[in-house]
Design a protein around this ligand. Structure first.
Ligand code: NAD
Length: 349
């Protein structure tokens, strides 16, 4: 654990097994300097426990940085459940997960992520109050994806402004990988703004539905990296930007909601040298956690969410400007700001 390349001084890494339900999950708490750790729960059919651990550590550190950049009083954590969300879900499994969350006594707040939805979270709520992203209750905020997608759309405009001198997306071509919750809502915003969409997904139904509503052109999952477009927007899974895919990209910007897009941080420099402006994933996709933070605060306010999202877009613009001015990779600039915000908060807690 302590030698793991992604350990990064996590405050706690908690593994849970429940024989009765078959639950295998890991909850990672990276930092509580800015507040209780918060981050979604992902359900995925990992090939090995090592792959699961690497995923949760990277996601949890990413949440620390994301929450710091979003300017919300939350630290970073994440949960992963090992299993196939299409066949391995059961109410008892999510109740067991809820008990695992409860055992951390508020150090970690959970919510939905890939493979987990609002209905699952309402089962988790039966065992713990340290859960957000619910659709019932006084401060319930529901599915965070629409707010994440709105942030991704606004972030794409921030990138366009730096690349083309205008944030008008009318007539621009955007290649979108993944049209699930975040990708689907993002496509709707982009289409409404007059962008031409080229989309891919491994789910034919999601593809057909988004293509119907937006007029998008469909390409096979393996072909999305070869599409000639202004901006590439990854909204599926992480680690998709590596030397091989980057060599193929024919775009001027990368801006999408998927977490952990860079296979290693050094890919940021690779992107910079290739002249591609990259919106750091955990900055552009912070809309959902802002929505969740509003719920955790106990007094959900749409105005506060909008104002905080607008401030996050200012922060994203500042990151892009500083990176362009100082010839640094955008992710290094964002990491430095996030680490400074966390370090400044640490002595006060
Ligand atoms: P989702 O499960 O609704 O959508 C993901 C989509 O990607 C699915 O349609 C899936 O079929 C598709 N996909 C999977 N592998 C693919 C591949 N190889 N090629 C093309 N498509 C593929 O999940 P989501 O909530 O939309 O999240 C998408 C990404 O955004 C994830 O990385 C998630 O961690 C991140 N994210 C989500 C939120 C949120 O509010 N939901 C917030 C921040 C970050």
């Amino acid at each position: 654990m302590f030698d793991h390349p992604s350990f990064d001084a996590h405050e706690g890494v908690h593994a849970f097994h429940d024989a009765a339900t078959g639950l295998k999950c890991v909850i990672a708490v990276h930092s509580t300097a800015l507040g209780p750790a918060a981050g979604g729960c992902r359900m995925w059919n990992y090939t090995t426990g090592e792959a699961m651990l690497t995923d949760v550590l990277r996601l949890s550190q990413g949440m620390s940085y994301k929450n710091a950049m979003a300017g919300i009083p939350l630290g970073g954590g994440k949960a992963v459940i090992w299993g196939d969300p299409k066949s391995d879900k059961s109410p008892d499994l999510f109740r067991a997960f809820g008990r695992a969350v409860e055992s951390l006594r508020g150090t970690y707040y959970t919510a939905e992520d890939v493979g987990v939805d609002v209905a699952d979270m309402s089962i988790v709520r039966q065992e713990t109050r340290f859960v957000a992203g619910l659709d019932e209750g006084a401060a319930a905020s529901g599915d965070p994806s629409p707010v994440t997608a709105r942030g991704v759309y606004l972030g794409i405009r921030q990138v366009a402004k730096r690349l083309f001198g205008t944030d008008d997306l009318n007539g621009r071509t955007i290649a979108v990988q993944g049209v699930g919750s975040v990708g689907g809502y993002t496509c709707a915003h982009l289409a409404a703004a007059g962008a031409n969409l080229v989309i891919t997904d491994i789910d034919p139904e999601a593809l057909a539905s988004v293509a119907r509503s937006t007029g998008a052109r469909i390409v096979a999952p393996g072909d999305i990296y070869d599409v000639e477009a202004d901006i590439f927007s990854p909204n599926a899974l992480g680690a998709i930007l590596n030397e091989k895919t980057l060599a193929r990209l024919k775009v001027k910007g990368v801006a999408g909601g998927a977490n952990n897009q860079l296979v290693v941080p050094e890919m940021g420099e690779f992107l910079r040298r290739k002249g591609i402006l990259y919106a750091p994933d955990y900055v552009i996709n912070g809309g959902g956690i802002i929505n969740v933070a509003a719920e955790i605060s106990g007094k959900y306010s749409r105005d506060w969410v909008e104002a905080t999202l607008a401030q996050l877009m200012v922060t994203l613009g500042d990151v892009l400007d500083e990176a362009l001015k100082t010839h640094q990779p955008t992710n290094y600039v964002a990491d430095r700001i996030a680490r400074a915000r966390i370090a400044a908060a640490r002595p006060t807690r």
